[in-house]
Design a protein around this ligand. Structure first.
Ligand code: ARG
Length: 566
């Protein structure tokens, strides 16, 4: 709203539409300079003057009942009349409106997508957390958004899995540690296959049977899928993540022949060493493998069928893939093949890559012995959170529940505060530091807003109520400088959401949550909120309430809970 007000006020002095002016506006680097700044560089052409001179002449001519202007070099700095605007800002904030930029647009988000009978990897964790945040952000911005967990539940490895199980499988061990045991079988298969030539053909035969719908093969496959899902679901439950669809690669098994046929008809398939590929020389990429020598399909083939299904059947206008950066080429190839097939919507498929994450310097690896188990990391985070709570606030009610929210929140925030392409070296100690740039710090600040409000409500008619309109107008002048800065920051929520959605970056919102928390703490330290003067107290409590709501809302988008007490 500040942008709009400033743009309207400048409209008489600048030969541009208000919307364009709004797009140029900046926030001055320090609050003493003003509330909004217009850089005059782009105006130099139409004014035929130097930016400094333009700024000076605009500032001189400027006259407005509730704003003042001053030139600072090539900038016009505007200062708002707090009394006039403050109450309006609070009233508008209370409505929690967000521009519905995604209205009428259907977005499918491909996220999490772990592999059956393999450990849930760190990449899958990042994909789950980033994907869930993007899902919430798109939803709030008005998109018709659908999440899909694209399970890795198909491929020749399942033939190996079944063959190994038939030889050495032990149901008790599998029940006790489904994924660990599945993995052991898989590893053993490879070890023994080195000196046992009968294993590979056996595995191929099982996969062939599976693809043809053989009952026993299907039953064993289902068993592996179910035990893995049980473990994955435990993790999703703790992360509070749900999917609209869980459609694994197997779902596209019967949809691939049509893709292969279409590729053939368009003359795009060529032979290469017995396999069939689509050449991508013109695109400067290596060929995309479609059918292996033995005629079986592979990962890219399944992704082609998947994308077409999402467009044709799910009616997706946009498809977002939240998948690690190491698959960049894969997605470029898949999108390029779609383009070659004449799918004009291929450019509305977007790979949103992310970097590696390490735990305390240790890499996650699915190779034997080197696995950092994610559930162990979660347990440890919660345990440490509980220890901190026991130290800080031993009398707290429902400590276990709060510790779960803080521990898990620390992990999610520790990831999402980073630009997604950055590599994250995750340290539990840092992530749980209540004074750092962390989830617990933001959560703690939220709890502080709630205890201030409770204290305010306990005092003489001090509660911040929702009624509002105009009531706080005069008092908005008494928020203090820090309160005014906080209020302005709160009005920027819609802008941050839009930026986050546009760039596919939850970190924009995580940073915003930190900024709001810091700004509130400054206000809290500088101003007495629960003062004796009713109108001032009410305005300050109202601001506290709005800050709390903004924090809770932003953290909610990131998939992080905000306990009322900590
Ligand atoms: N299961 C894959 C893996 O773990 C990720 C799948 C990502 N999504 C997709 N549509 N390819 O590497």
């Amino acid at each position: 709203m500040l942008y709009q007000w400033a743009a309207n006020a400048l409209n008489n002095y600048v030969p541009l539409e208000a919307d364009d002016i709004s797009g140029l506006l900046e926030i001055p680097p320090s609050p003493e300079m003003g509330d909004m700044a217009l850089p005059c560089f782009v105006l130099a052409k139409s004014f035929r003057k130097a930016p400094q001179e333009i700024a000076r002449s605009i500032a001189e001519a400027f006259s407005h009942p509730h704003m003042t202007a001053a030139a600072a070099g090539p900038y016009v700095n505007l200062t708002f009349d707090r009394e006039h605007y403050g109450g309006m800002m609070m009233d508008e904030l209370a409505q929690e409106k967000v521009p519905q930029t995604g209205k009428g647009i259907k977005a499918v988000i491909d996220m999490s997508s772990p592999n059956i009978a393999k450990p849930f990897g760190i990449g899958h964790l990042r994909s789950t957390m980033i994907g869930a945040a993007l899902y919430n952000m798109h939803k709030l911005a008005g998109y018709d958004v659908v999440s899909v967990n694209h399970l890795g539940d198909w491929g020749t490895q399942f033939g190996k899995q079944i063959a190994a199980y038939k030889r050495w499988g032990n149901d008790d061990l599998l029940a006790a540690d489904p994924i660990g045991e599945s993995l052991k079988l898989y590893v053993r298969f490879h070890e023994e296959a080195e000196h046992d030539d009968t294993l590979e053909p056996e595995a191929r035969e099982w996969f062939r049977k599976l693809e043809e719908g053989d009952e026993e093969a299907r039953a064993l496959w289902t068993y592996f899928v179910n035990v893995s899902m049980k473990e994955f679901d435990r993790m999703y439950g703790r992360l509070n993540v749900r999917f609209d669809y869980t459609l694994g690669e197997s779902f596209y098994n019967d949809k691939m022949p049509a893709v292969v046929k279409a590729l053939k008809e368009k003359g795009l398939l060529v032979e290469s060493d017995g396999a069939l590929v689509v050449r991508l020389d013109d695109e400067g990429m290596p060929p995309c493998l479609i059918l292996k020598k033995d005629g079986t399909t592979i990962y890219p083939t399944r992704d082609l069928a998947t994308a077409i299904y999402r467009h044709d059947v799910m009616k997706a206008d946009r498809i977002l893939y939240v998948v690690g950066n190491e698959q960049r080429l894969h997605f470029q190839q898949v999108f390029a093949v779609l383009g070659k097939m004449g799918m004009d919507w291929a450019d509305r498929c977007t790979h949103l890559p992310f970097g590696l994450m390490k735990f305390e310097g240790k890499k996650m690896s699915t190779r034997r012995g080197k696995i950092v188990k994610l559930e162990d990391v979660m347990d440890e985070a919660v345990e440490r959170a509980l220890a901190i709570i026991n130290e800080k606030n031993p009398g707290l009610e429902q400590k276990e529940r709060v510790a779960e929210a803080v521990g898990i929140g620390a992990i999610i925030f520790g990831d999402l505060k980073n630009h997604r392409l950055n590599e994250v070296d995750f340290s539990l100690e840092d992530a749980l530091n209540f004074d750092g740039e962390t989830g617990p710090y933001v959560q703690y600040t939220y709890a502080r807003t709630q205890s201030v409000l409770a204290k305010g409500a306990a005092g003489k008619d001090g509660a911040a109520d929702d009624a509002g309109t105009g009531e706080y107008t005069a008092a908005a002048a008494h928020l203090g400088d820090s309160g005014w800065e906080l209020l302005k920051l709160l009005t920027r929520f819609p802008e941050q959401l839009e930026r986050g959605v546009r760039s596919g970056e939850p970190s924009v919102l995580a940073r915003y949550a930190l900024d709001v928390a810091q700004s509130f703490n400054q206000f809290y330290n500088k101003e007495r909120i629960v003062t004796d003067e009713t109108s001032v107290r009410k305005a300050r409590l109202r601001l506290t309430q709005l800050a709390g709501r903004t924090i809770a809302r932003t953290m909610g988008l990131l998939g992080i809970q905000t306990p009322e007490r900590m």
